[in-house]
Design a protein around this ligand. Structure first.
Ligand SMILES: CC(C)(COP(=O)(O)OP(=O)(O)OC[C@H]1O[C@@H](n2cnc3c(N)ncnc32)[C@H](O)[C@@H]1OP(=O)(O)O)[C@@H](O)C(=O)NCCC(=O)NCCS
Length: 172
């Protein structure tokens, strides 16, 4: 299936909350994480602000439907991925991978030193997926402060800390 990945414009924001909610349905596969499928997501106004201030990409299907997005921001010399979501109907077609590759490409163009994120260790569409793209698990002192803060904030929101991990893709 053909699709395109492009930088988001403010007009895309209206579609993004529904995409994030649909994507999160996948967490119902894990009985301990079903609450994530029901969790609040950023609203349209927050997405507009992010599109104006951060790095947001969307993926558009062949029939011009918005199917997914990736939101990231530059922290120090790293591009940190805050959110990656692909709607249920479009999952498993390579769109998630294409969004991550777009972010990596942008980080290279900006001469940043790494792409970072936090994710679930054991879910097949989380850490193992990023590992196949070259991301490495970070432990202890190797974990930059912004990732430690992100992990702490997640625990405060109710995420199971022992199942979360920080990862980075160093860029030469
Ligand atoms: C993560 C997510 C964006 C991937 O989107 P996608 O369009 O399905 O991704 P792709 O089709 O490119 O597949 C990505 C990889 O995950 C694997 N994968 C995707 N869905 C999967 C599933 N339901 N079960 C097992 N593996 C799965 C694929 O095998 C693929 O691996 P590969 O690229 O090494 O072959 C999507 O699953 C999603 O929105 N999940 C809910 C939110 C989430 O977990 N976001 C990431 C937070 S860090």
């Amino acid at each position: 299936m053909t699709f395109i990945v492009r930088r988001a414009s403010p007009a895309d924001a209206a579609a993004l909350p529904a995409i994030e909610r649909s994507a999160a349905e996948l967490f119902r596969l894990d009985p301990a994480l079903t609450w994530l499928a029901d969790a609040e997501v950023p609203d349209v106004e927050q997405h507009v602000q992010a599109i104006e201030q951060k790095c947001v990409w969307v993926v558009e299907s062949a029939d011009r439907q918005l199917a997914g997005f990736l939101r990231a921001l530059v922290i120090d010399d790293q591009l940190h991925v805050e959110e990656l979501s692909v709607s249920q109907d479009f999952q498993g077609q390579g769109m998630g991978r294409a969004l991550v590759l777009a972010a990596i490409e942008q980080a290279r163009r900006m001469q940043l030193h790494a792409v970072t994120l936090t994710t679930f260790r054991g879910l097949p569409w989380n850490a193992p997926f990023y590992q196949r793209l070259g991301f490495a698990l970070l432990n202890g002192q190797a974990t930059p402060p912004h990732l430690l803060s992100a992990l702490q904030a997640e625990i405060a929101q109710g995420f199971p800390g022992e199942r979360r991990c920080a990862m980075n893709l160093p860029l030469p």
